[in-house]
Design a protein around this ligand. Structure first.
Ligand SMILES: NC(=O)c1ccc[n+]([C@@H]2O[C@H](COP(=O)([O-])OP(=O)(O)OC[C@H]3O[C@@H](n4cnc5c(N)ncnc54)[C@H](OP(=O)(O)O)[C@@H]3O)[C@@H](O)[C@H]2O)c1
Length: 270
């Protein structure tokens, strides 16, 4: 019986089809880096974007001004705070007139190798990763998906996970663990939201060149990181954004539940 639910919208009338452009897209953490590239990819596709930031308002404004088209919006707020997440979702929905696509991109990645990290710091860093990387993703997914359900027009959620969930993150264990949880969350939501025409997918990127990792991409460490891929390089954010845009497309409905490796063959899962 569960399969029948896909064809029985919860609202009166017929479930509308998700359009290929002109959609209302909330991108968390779009002040710079991948979030900016994702916002630019959706805008270039003819979608309208709510550019979210936490602390870098000026950078987020640069993102906003770089977008093709009109009707985009700037939305600030701390997603580690559940009430902050409500304010962000409300502001995005009000500015865009609803939410059709959510990209959960905001995250922290703090170094805390166990052998060198005092217990109090370990506890604080874990709590920070869980709050931002996992709970904010879960909360924003709830807030956006409930709107998609009420709109009756289907939708898409794309989570930015990480290769580190599979390969291990010895210097950033809370990061690896929370990204694995984000992948698992996406798979659970893919099943529960499919009856409403909402597809949920995650990407698991290896290194790509953003401001946050630029210092690690210099010198000996940078050479070692580039050597992880047989292509001898790291990715550009636009390469990750292209996959996110596709996973949010109507054509990607059948990819719901996937965790897409985007790592230049640097880590092959069996
Ligand atoms: N770069 C890589 O090599 C790599 C590899 C695999 C996966 N990833 C993932 O890709 C995504 C983007 O990475 P990036 O390198 O572009 O990172 P980034 O430049 O550090 O951007 C992170 C974004 O998250 C936002 N953010 C941080 N804490 C927040 C909070 N409490 N509430 C709301 N927003 C918050 C930041 O907002 P503000 O700047 O406004 O504070 C920023 O916009 C992340 O999910 C990351 O884990 C990155």
């Amino acid at each position: 019986m569960q399969n029948d639910r896909r064809y029985v919208p919860h609202v009166e009338g017929t479930l509308m089809k998700l359009p290929a452009s002109g959609r209302r897209v909330l991108v968390s953490g779009a002040s710079r880096g991948l979030g900016r590239a994702v916002a630019q990819a959706f805008a270039a596709n003819g979608d309208r974007v709510a550019v979210h930031f936490a602390s870098r308002a000026d950078d987020a404004r640069v993102t906003l001004e770089s977008l093709d088209g009109t009707g985009h919006a700037l939305v600030g707020g701390d997603l580690a705070d559940p009430t902050g997440a409500v304010a962000v979702a409300d502001a995005a929905a009000e500015a865009l007139g609803g939410i059709d696509v959510l990209v959960n991109n905001a995250a922290v990645n703090l170094r805390h190798p166990l052998p060198e990290t005092p217990y109090e710091e370990w506890v604080a860093v874990w709590q920070r990763h869980v709050s931002v990387n996992l709970l904010a993703t879960a909360n924003l997914s709830h807030l956006a998906a409930r709107r998609m359900i009420d709109q009756g027009s289907g939708g898409r959620i794309v989570n930015i996970g990480s290769r580190g969930a599979f390969r291990g993150e010895p210097d950033h264990p809370a990061y690896g663990a929370t990204k694995a949880a984000v992948h698992a969350l996406g798979q659970s939501l893919a099943v529960s939201l499919a009856p409403y025409g909402i597809a949920v997918a995650s990407v698991a990127p290896g290194f790509f060149a953003t401001e946050r990792v630029s210092s690690r991409l210099e010198g000996v460490e940078g050479a070692a990181i580039r050597a992880q891929s047989p292509f001898g390089r790291v990715a550009e954010p636009a390469e990750i954004a292209a996959a996110v845009l596709w996973l949010a497309s109507p054509a990607a409905e059948w990819s719901s539940g996937t965790i897409l490796d985007l790592n230049g063959a640097s880590h092959l899962r069996s």
